[in-house]
Structure formats: structure tokens, C-alpha cells
Design a protein around this ligand. Structure first.
Ligand code: NAD
Ligand code: LMR
Length: 325
């Protein structure tokens, strides 16, 4: 029997995890032949609800679920893990920007980063979901210098999936026909959904839509989709976020298709002129459990200007948390 992959998940009694855990336990993230062990972290006040989540996981009798640990001790959660999904954080409400959460949520990432630094395997793969995700990942990376910084990532796969879905609806196509979508930048309203390299059943997407639609409709619709869900639902996206985390990790671990890439927020190495060390969303290919930023894409002046605005926002956020890093 293959050893289980051990996954720490914070905020495990919350909304996102209520759909995501069941997807992971049924093989959606690591595939149908890989057992998983879940190391679920919550704050003490939420342990009762977390026990109920464990009861439901048990009641599913998932063949791939080797073990479920529920704990309010981060050391226990982060010991012996292969991956860590940082979901636990406050969500925003109507009228808020994600960066309004920085002061409260940033502290979670500095303190958990320090603990991970002491107990976790240095090659642990990290995906930060709690908002503002990019800057929380930046804080975590700074507080966990023993970890491989390449493995500290943040989630922009939800934006990537939203962008594919919007384009598919616009051109009357299907999701699998759409390749090479890009989300540049921050998981915020400054993000840059970009169809410049996208093809739809082998045809350039840019030739199938008006430029005005791409600039004035597509970009803001994708960038403001989180707020639209909050307005419609009264609380932030949960099932689609959980699905995106499953996709993010599955692409990273199992690889991207040879004719496609995905979008991941990763530590910038200076590619496309983005300041080194910021956690910025780029198009990446994944192979053998590692990611690589797609290089040398021609970037239009319009997109370049927007990429710089998103970088400037991340620099401002980094400055606002300088005492935590
Ligand atoms: P939620 O309030 O339903 O759940 C959050 C859970 O985190 C709660 O159960 C809470 O007890 C727990 N928690 C708080 N502090 C913790 C800590 N220090 N350690 C462990 N657990 C802790 O929220 P949710 O809807 O699940 O959303 C979680 C986060 O994900 C929010 O910040 C939200 O804005 C963000 N989010 C990000 C994306 C993205 O694409 N990056 C998408 C959707 C939501
Ligand atoms: C989303 O994009 O749905 C999440 O980041 C939640 C939010 O605050 O918008």
C-alpha cells in the first residue's frame, strides 16, 4: 500500500473546507491511486464544528482517506506534511477590499509561518488561500526561511477558472477547448486576466472577440467576480474556491498538459520586470512536481501598464506589513 500524502489544512471547519475536504478525500487532488491523510487545524472555539466535519468524512468511508487528525495545535498539524493549504483567515464582507483584511489575517500568517519553519519538511508545498492571499503568502515566506521559497504559492486559479468560463460563454465554446489563459498580478481587483495567448479549439481568442470587450468587460468581470459572489450570496465564494485549490495542487503535483499552462501566484524571480520576491501570478507550466514561469511572452503596452499597477499594489501591501516580515 502506498504511503499517504499528508496534507495540513488550516481553517478546516470553515466554508471553503466544507466542500474542499471531501474532494481531496475522494482523490480529486492527488488522484485515484494515492491515499491521503488530513491534518486539520482550527482555533479552539471551532473544534466542535471540526469534530462534526470529521464525523462526516468518516461517514463517507472514502477508500483513499488513510487518517484524519483534528487539532488546534499548529505543531501537530504541520509535522510530517507534504503539503499545507492555508485557508484559515477572515473572509471579507460586502463593500470591503481583500486588502482590508491584511492587519487581522497577516498576523495568522506570521505566527503560523514561524511554527512551520520549526517543524515542517523544508520541501512542503504551500498554497495560501486566506485573503489577501498574495501578501499573506509573502508574510509566510518571510517568517519561514527554512522552507524552500519556490514552494510558497498563493491561489489565483479561481481567477484563471473564472476567466476561462467567461471566455467560453462569450465565444460559445466549451471549457476544454480553451488553452493558455493568463492571470497576471495580485488576487485583487488589480489582477490582469489576459487572453492575448489564449486559443479556442486552436484559433486565437483575440481574433474572436472585440478588443473593447476584452478590456472593458472581460477584465473587470473576472477581477470583480469575488465581490459579485459576495453580493449574491451574502458570503464569499466557497465551493468554487475549494475547487480551485484542488486544481492548483493537482496541476502542481501531476503537471500541466503539454499544450497548456495554468496561472499560479509564485515568488517572482524578476520575470517580466516584476520585483523579485513578490508573490505574483504568472502563467506557469508544471512538471515533476515543480513549476516554471512561461518566459518571453510578448506583452502589449496596455497589459504591461496593468501588470505594473498590480505590482504597485503588492508593493504597497508589502510596505503595510513590513513589521511582520
Ligand atoms: P470561513 O470564515 O468560513 O472559515 C475560516 C475558518 O478559519 C474558520 O473556521 C476559522 O475558525 C478558521 N481560522 C481562523 N483563524 C485561524 C487560525 N489562526 N488557524 C486555523 N484556523 C483559523 O471562511 P472561508 O469562506 O472558508 O474563507 C477563508 C479565507 O479564504 C478567507 O480569507 C477568504 O477571503 C479566502 N478566500 C480566498 C479565495 C482565493 O481565491 N484566494 C477565494 C475564496 C475565499
Ligand atoms: C474570491 O475571489 O471569491 C475570494 O477572494 C473572496 C473574496 O473576498 O472575493
Amino acid at each position: 500500500m502506498t504511503d499517504p500524502v499528508r496534507i495540513a489544512i488550516t481553517g478546516a471547519a470553515g466554508q471553503i473546507c466544507y466542500s474542499m475536504l471531501f474532494r481531496i478525500a475522494s482523490g480529486g487532488m492527488y488522484g485515484p491511486n494515492q491515499p491521503v491523510a488530513l491534518q486539520l487545524l482550527e482555533i479552539p472555539q471551532a473544534m466542535g464544528v471540526l469534530e462534526a466535519v470529521k464525523m462526516e468524512l468518516d461517514d463517507c468511508a472514502f477508500p483513499l482517506l488513510a487518517e484524519t487528525i483534528c487539532t488546534d495545535d499548529p505543531k501537530t498539524a504541520f509535522t510530517n506534511i507534504d503539503a499545507a493549504l492555508f485557508v484559515g483567515a477572515k473572509p471579507r464582507g460586502p463593500g470591503m477590499e481583500r486588502s482590508d483584511l491584511l492587519k487581522d489575517n497577516g498576523k495568522i500568517f506570521s505566527s503560523l509561518g514561524k511554527i512551520m519553519n520549526d517543524v515542517a519538511n523544508p520541501d512542503v508545498k504551500v498554497c495560501v488561500v486566506g485573503n489577501p492571499a498574495n501578501t499573506n503568502a509573502y508574510i509566510l515566506k518571510a517568517n519561514a526561511p527554512n522552507l524552500n521559497p519556490r514552494n510558497i504559492t498563493a491561489l489565483t486559479r479561481l481567477d484563471h477558472n473564472r476567466a476561462i468560463s467567461q471566455l467560453a460563454a462569450k465565444v460559445g465554446s466549451t471549457v476544454p477547448e480553451i488553452k493558455k489563459m493568463v492571470i497576471w498580478g495580485n488576487h485583487s481587483t488589480t489582477q490582469v486576466p489576459d487572453i492575448s495567448y489564449c486559443n479556442v479549439a486552436g484559433k486565437a481568442a483575440a481574433g474572436m472577440v472585440d478588443e473593447a470587450w476584452a478590456r472593458e468587460d472581460f477584465i473587470p468581470t473576472v477581477a470583480k467576480r469575488g465581490a459579485a459572489v459576495i453580493a449574491a450570496r451574502g458570503s464569499s465564494s466557497a465551493a468554487s474556491a475549494g475547487n480551485a485549490v484542488v486544481d492548483h495542487m493537482a496541476s502542481w503535483v501531476n503537471g500541466t498538459d503539454s499544450d497548456d499552462w495554468t496561472s499560479m501566484s509564485v515568488p517572482s524571480d524578476g520575470s517580466y520586470g516584476i520585483k523579485e520576491g513578490l508573490i505574483y501570478s504568472f502563467p506557469v507550466t508544471c512538471q515533476n512536481g515543480d513549476w516554471k514561469i512561461v518566459q518571453d511572452l510578448p506583452v502589449s503596452d496596455f497589459i504591461q501598464g496593468k501588470m505594473k499597477e498590480s505590482e504597485a499594489e503588492l508593493l504597497e501591501e508589502a510596505d503595510a506589513v513590513k513589521e511582520m516580515v
